[in-house]
Design a protein around this ligand. Sequence first.
Ligand SMILES: NCCCC(=O)O
Length: 832
Amino acid sequence: MTERALLGARLAADEITSDPTKWFGSVPFVVNPIDDQITDAEAYGKTISAVQNSVIDAGYNGVLGDRYSSATEMVAYTLAESGIFQCSIWSTSPSLSNKVQFPTFFRLVADDNFQALVILELVKSQGWKRIGALVGDESYGQGLLDKVRSSVDSYGMSLLASYTFYTNDPEGIDYRVSQLKALGARIILLFPNGEQDAVLLFRSLAANGMVGPDYVYIGGDNLLEVMAATENAADVANVQGLLMTEALEYSESTKPFEANFLAKYGRAPLSGAVAWYDATYAFAYAFQKLQNDYGYSATDIANNRWLEQNLNVTQFTNFSFQGAMREASWMPDGDSMNALFHVMNLVNGTYNEVAIGEVGDLTITNKIVFASGLTDIPSDSPMMVDETIGYKKPAPVAIIALTAVLLALITVSILPLAVFRDHRLLKPVSPLFMALSLVGMLLCLLSIFVDAVGIPTKTSCNSYMALMAVGFGTVVGGILVKLRRLYRIFDNRIAHRRASPNSELLAESGVIVLVEFILVFIWAGGYPLLPQEHNDLVAATHYYTCESANTSASKGLSAAVFVYNGLLVLACCYFAFATRDIYSAYNEAKAIGVAIYNILFCAIIILLTTLLTPLSPVPGFLIRSAFVLVAVGVAYAALCGRFLYSMVASQALSDEYHAADGGGGGGPVGESGAQHGSGSGSAHSGIAPLTPQQRRQSKTWVDPKAAALTAGYKNDMFPIRGTSRITATSQWRNFHISVMVKPSPLLVIVSEKDQAVGLAVPLKQVTAECAEQEDARFTVRWSKGALQVQTSKPADAQDWVQTIQAFARGDTRGSVSPAVGADIKRSEPLLE
Ligand SMILES: NCCCC(=O)O
C-alpha cells in the first residue's frame, strides 16, 4: 500500500474509531499496510503466500488494494476461498469483473471499459479518426485495448494497428514503435503496464523520432504514476502535450476531506488518497450492514464470524453511502456505479484538466495544449509533402529550360552538318557521325522532359527508359566506332591497312544501337514499367516511381542495360586512352577522349546517386538531369560544336577577305595556313570547293597534279612519325611533305603547326618503299633518319613512292599512275 493510500485510509479509520457510538463501540477500526511482495511478475507467488499468511491467517476482515490489476487479480484469486472481501480504487481491468474468478472483489472505480470509451470520446472531440495503440502485455492495457478495438467502429474511427510490447524486450519495443510510425499513426494510445515499461516506451518513441508537434499521445490513468515520479522527468519531458484520463476524485465536494487531511497530515492529499478514504468507509458501512442484517456484534465482525454467511459480492455491497468523493454504490458484480472521469493535459511539467464527464457526456473544459505548445489540433495523418516532379516547380523548371536551350542548339546544329557536309573543316571529322551523335544527344535530352512528368504513365515510364537507353547507346556507340576507326588507322598495325568506309562504320553503330533496341523492346514489351504511387508515411512524402510488376525481370533487364552500356563506355575509354597521342589538325582523338571521360564521370555520379543514396524524387531528378546536361553539353562541344564554330568563324574571315579584295578571285589559305589534303599544293578556301567535273568544265582549269608532275613537283599533308630532328618517334603529327626535281631533287618536310620547323633531304640519299602492296603507309629513309608517312589509301602511298623514286632519277613523268593520270582527285582527308 502506498503512502497516499495509507494516509487516506488511516484518516477514515481514525475517524471511525473516534466515533464509537456511530460505528463499532470499543472495537477499534484499524488499517495496516502489508507488503504485497510485488517487484515484478515473477513475484506473484510471494504475493499469494503474503495474502495467505499475513491476511487470511492473520484474521484480517477485509483488504484494501491492490494497485495494478495484475497484482489485484492474484490477491483476489487467493482471497476467493476465504470469503474475505477486497476493495480497490485503482485496479480497473475489466477482467476483475469476473465474479467466478474473483468472487470477493469489488471496487470504487469504474472499470476500463468506461475509461476506453472516454478516451475514444476525447479522440472524437478533436476530430481525429485514425489512431494507433502501444499496449503493455498485462491485464490493464489488454483490457483497455479490447474495449477500444471493439468500439472504434461505432465512433467512426479506425485503429491503424495496435502493438503489444514486453518490458523485458526493449528491442521489440523499438520494432513495434517503428512499425506504428511506418503506418503513419499520429494519434497514439499508450497503455503500458506501469512505470518501468512506460519509461522504456517514452525513450523508444524519442529514439524513433516520434515525439514533437506531429504526435499526440493519450494514456490511461496509470500513466499518472509515471508522470509523478521525478526520476522520469527527462523522459516525460519528451511527451509534452500528453493527454491522460483519470477517474475523477477531487472536486468541490471533496473540499471538507482535503481540509481534514491537511489538518491531520500538514499537507494536501495526493491523487488516490480520497478514494482510499472512501474505500475504507465502504468496509465500515458493509460491516455495519452485517451487524444490522445478521445481528453480529462488532467483536463478531472483528473475529470474522460473519464469513459463515458465505456472502457474495452483490450481498456484501448491497448498500450505498455518501462518500467524500460522491455517493458510493455498486453494481451487482461489485463494480462502481460511478464512472466519472477527467482528462489531464501535460504542459511544461504540470497537469491541467481539459475535459470532464463520463461516457456519452464528456465536456471539453479547456483547450488542449499540444506538443507544439499551441492549441492548434494536429492532424491524425502525416501531412504528405508533394514530392512529384512536374513542370511547375522552380528547380525542375530551371532544368527543363536548360534542356530546351541545349535541345534547340543541337537541333539547329544538324542542318549545317547536312548542308556543309563537304566543307573542309567538317568533312575530315565525319559529319555523318557528328549527326549520329547529335541524334543520340537529342534522345537523352528528350528523356529529361519525360522524366520530369508530374504523374507518370505507362507510356512515360517506358519512354524514359527507351529514350535514355537508345540515346546513350547512340552517342557512346558512335564514339566507340569513331575511336576504333582512329585506332585502326593509326595504332593497330594489322588493321591500319584499310580505313573503314562510312557504310561499314554506320553498320557498326547500327549494331550497337540495335542491341539497345532489343533490350528496350524486351523490357517494355515483356515487363513494362508501370507508374507506382507512393505515400511514404514515415517520411510523409507523396511521389511516383516507375516499376515493373515483375521486379526480378525488371532488375535483370536494368542490370543488362547498365552492363551493356558500361562495357561500351569502358571500350570507349580504352580506345580513347590508346589513341590519346594521335595528332591531328583538330586534336580529334583528344576531344573525343574528353567527351567519353566526361560521360563516364557523369554516368558514375548518376549511378551512385540513384543506387546508393536514398534521394527523394525531386533532388534525384535534379542530380540525374544536371549530369545528363553536363554530359551532353560537353559531348556536343567536343564532338560537334567546336567544328561548327570554326566553320562559321572561317566563313566570316573569308567574307571579310572577299569584301576587302573587292570580291576578286583567290582567298586566304585555309585554317592554320594549310590545306587539308589538297593533292597539288593549291590551297582551297571557302565552303564548297569545286567538284572534279566542275573543274574540268572550267576553261581555265588545269589538272593540278598532272601539272605538278610535269613541273617536277608534288606535295601533300600527311601524318608523319619517325626518327628525325623534327618528328616524334611514335606520335603522329601533320607535316607538309614535298618532293621536287628543281632546283635539285629534294624531299622537304615542313611542320603544319610551325612552318619554321622543317628539313630538306637530297632525294639521291632517300629510299622510299611501301612495306606491302595493301599498305597505306610508306617509309622514307636516308642516312640520318627514317620516317613513316600515313596516307589515306594504298594507291596514294604507292604513288608517292614511285614519285620519289622517279624524281630521284630526275624523271618527272615516271610517277604518273594510271589512276592519277585519268582523274586526279582531291585527296581524301587524313583522318577520315
Ligand atoms: N487504473 C490504473 C491502474 C492500472 C491497473 O489497473 O493495473
